[in-house]
Ligand binder design. Sequence first.
Ligand SMILES: Cc1ncc(COP(=O)(O)O)c(C=O)c1O
Length: 358
Amino acid sequence: MLFPKLFIPGPTNVRQEVLAEQTHPMIGHRTETFEDLFARVQEKLRRLFFTRHRVYVTASSGTGLQEAAIRNGVGKRVLAMVNGAFSRRWHDVAVGCGKEVVRVDIPWGRAVKPEDVVRAIQAHGPFDAVTVVHNETSTGVMSPVDEISRAVRDIAPDTLLLVDAVSSLSGVKIPVDEWGLDVTLTSSQKAMALPPGLAFAAVSDRVLERAREVEGRGWYFDFLVLEKYLRRNTTPATPAISLFWALDRQLDIMFAEGLENRFARHARLAHMTRTWALERGFRLFAEEGYESQTVTCVENTRGVDVPALNAFLRERGMTISNGYGDLKGKTFRIAHMGETTEADMEALFRAIDAFLNR
Ligand SMILES: Cc1ncc(COP(=O)(O)O)c(C=O)c1O
């Protein structure tokens, strides 16, 4: 079977040595071995998220923590900023949790700006929390969550800021404490370059205070339960132990590269990809100045047959993504996140050029 190199926005390529970590013999999770592993990983995750507080690890994908953020952080009312498919999903999750949700739609391709959030709070507030997706994977747009956080603190200091950084965290610097983000969640299978199955959330003390007052938190994703177990270096339910070994190794690989180097590499790959697309006569779907550092959404201005392009690429051991939902055919997406290198991108561009020049 052929396993193409992935230039899709998740899952991303996982190093062989990280995959191999999952073949350790199984251990019980109520053991010192697991607690040591958990403690090691927790310390490294706090470095990665730039937080001194806590990073919960759940056996779920990122959507599970979108739900957790709502169940713990929202008593009644939440403002959902929607500028793509995944911010729309977060809105749907909040509705599904029975919350009163005010949805503000921003045209796809545009970023969420602080003034959009301020206007919505002034018109419809107060809110317990605001949901924002940092990096909209469906449109290749990165929103300025640092500016949004400052604006929300100014105008509504008791409103929590819940941030989905599923397709950016570890590819883009997100200093959680400095920016004052209340929940910052991500998935293992994106820029973290791990297999799917784990999700991570840095959670502020304010969220835990809020959670104490909120009913209907459920149990599996109850931050107060997760906190109690985290303090004992473990998890309430059976963790995905094999993935923890892989995580421990992958975090070491990230620190060996150096976090700043890792962020700079992502910025370089994004720049290469944008330059390539523009030089070939394509446009970028993202609003100028807000282009994602981890995935480029190319507007298909040349009318390329995207499935044919992908079939051509697959024969050469690579694959990219079509546009998301209604954007299928109108855009295509090239991810440059995780362990991807300049050489990988150059090989991809050579192959796409060969297709375009046929
Ligand atoms: C920005 C964003 N949020 C949420 C999700 C959902 O994450 P998961 O599939 O890990 O539940 C995705 C998946 O692509 C995403 O890109």
